[in-house]
Write a protein that binds this ligand. Structure first.
Ligand code: 5GP
Length: 348
């Protein structure tokens, strides 16, 4: 056993220090980025935010709404091949902005192959809760060999050596985050995880050294957290909870304790396992929870709020483009960042 005593940080532990700036308006800020993918060779440009591939947020409706902002969606694993075909036929331009999601089984491989035959989607997201498993590395190699020109995002991991391994094996983007998610109970169940801001800083450093990219996944609760993730070096940021509860999220609106809500659950929660696998297998515990989230209407309003926040962050540090945010950022450690004497954010 070893103890590492260096403090690791979460979004809540820091603020971004404002800097003298000549930018007059948020309108002057360019929050689009362009990336050349290491393995696939494709060039992608857009706003580097990705809706999470969860039942609730990774829907075709979400993809259509977010594509208007040049934002990406990782589509969840539970649409049929026919549903993919219909979507692709009707929305060829949105297809450019989505990921097909995959686990690491043979069945996943077959399913992804079937989907890619009917929907020429450029991006594949391969993720499992514990990205340290050799299965993931082998599977990424297999998918890379079969699809040399697709963008592959793989995860989730939280340390530099595993980021390097995945990039060397064929991932263009590595997804970073174990335990920070809003409906995740991994830290409670296993005691494992890594504070998300430090995970992003360390993983981005490892990835960029190999010309790979990272996607910070989980733990963003307010637009300021999204900005901090970018400032920490995240090339992409994946959002679940912040995009939950909208018209484009799956599930019905219902009334709970006098409020309009929707159901949002973790993909390893009992609710998800019951829905997709007929129950929780006896050898495993659930590592996610279910919550009722306030109903928030169309996702467009939330997206404007998030993008407005990130633009504003850039003006506070004088970054004309999102690309410059990291090098213009000094994080300061804080003991309190938000005054929430009145209503907490999103509590309605
Ligand atoms: P959020 O933006 O809600 O904080 O985090 C979303 C991320 O949480 C997802 O992209 C995924 O990586 C992670 N996640 C989703 N469901 C579960 C779950 O049931 N258990 C765990 N450990 N993580 C989950």
């Amino acid at each position: 056993m070893r103890i590492e005593t260096e403090v690791k940080l979460d979004f809540k532990d820091v603020l971004i220090r404002p800097k003298r700036s000549t930018l007059n308006s948020r309108r002057d800020v360019d929050i689009e980025r362009e990336f050349k993918m290491k393995h696939s060779g494709l060039t992608w440009s857009g706003v580097p935010i990705i809706a999470a591939n969860m039942d609730h947020t990774g829907t075709f409706e979400m993809a259509k709404a977010l594509a208007k902002f040049n934002v990406l969606t990782a589509i969840h694993k539970f649409y049929s091949v026919q549903e993919w075909k219909d979507f692709a036929d009707k929305n060829p331009e949105v297809l450019e902005r989505v990921f097909v999601s995959s686990g690491t089984s043979d069945k996943d491989f077959e399913r992804v192959s079937e989907i890619l035959k009917v929907a020429d989607c450029p991006n594949i997201c391969i993720d499992i809760a514990n990205g340290y498993s050799q299965h993931l590395v082998d599977y990424v190699r297999r998918v890379r060999a079969a699809y040399p020109h697709k963008v592959i995002m793989a995860g989730n991991v939280v340390t530099g050596e595993m980021v390097e391994e995945l990039i060397i094996c064929g991932a263009d983007i590595v997804k970073v985050g174990i335990g920070p998610g809003s409906v995740c109970t991994t830290r409670r169940q296993t005691g494992c995880g890594y504070p998300q801001l430090s995970a992003i800083i360390e993983c981005a450093d490892a990835a960029h050294g190999l010309k790979g990219l990272v996607c910070g996944d989980g733990g963003c609760t307010v637009p300021g957290d999204v900005a901090k993730a970018f400032a920490a070096g995240s090339d992409f940021v994946m959002l679940g909870g912040m995009l939950s509860g909208h018209d484009e999220s799956s599930g019905d609106v219902f009334e709970h304790e006098g409020r309009q809500v929707k159901r949002y659950y973790g993909m390893s929660s009992e609710e998800a396992m019951k829905k997709h696998m007929g129950g929780v297998a006896s050898y495993r515990s659930s590592e996610g929870k279910s919550v009722n989230v306030p109903y928030k209407g169309a996702v467009e309003g939330t997206m404007q709020d998030i993008l407005g926040g990130v633009r504003s962050t850039c003006t506070y540090v004088g970054a004309e483009r999102l690309k410059e945010l990291t090098k213009r950022t000094t994080f300061i450690r804080v003991t309190q960042q938000i005054n929430d004497i009145f209503t907490p954010y999103n509590a309605g």
